[in-house]
Each structure stands twice: as structure tokens, then as C-alpha cells.
Design a binder for this molecule. Sequence first.
Ligand SMILES: [Zn+2]
Length: 81
Amino acid sequence: MKLTGMERPVDVLGRVVIPREIRKRLQIEDGKDSFDIFFEDDSIILRKHQEKCSLCGNEGELVDYKGRMICRNCIEDLKNL
Ligand SMILES: [Zn+2]
């Protein structure tokens, strides 16, 4: 984990603004992207949410099949059943 030296206040609704420099570096699109939130001991970890394959958890190229995201590998596996 890398300390940025940046500090941001928590507002009265519990919100924290992620500095623009970090959003830009991580290619986070305002109003579009979301985060998965983790905590460990006294730390909060935010990770940019990535769609995952419903069958294997792969974050690679995904296809929407009846509202579920499925990766190409699983599609090929299913074809061979
Ligand atoms: Zn898969």
C-alpha cells in the first residue's frame, strides 16, 4: 500500500471525495464507475469495480447472456458439453 500524503475530510453525510489526481490515474469515470469496499484492521480499501464472469469470476472479456455476464472461456467450455 502506498501513502499518497493526501488527506480529505469526511462530510456530515459520511462522504469522502477521492482526489482528482487519483481518479484520473486509475481511469475512474465520474458518475459511471463504482468501487468494491474492503476493510482490514483499521484500513479501508477501495477497488474499482470490475464486472466478473458469473461462472468462474474471470474479469476478462465478458458477454451479457440473459442478464448475466459470462466470459469467453466459459462460453467455449459450455459449447463442448
Ligand atoms: Zn468464466
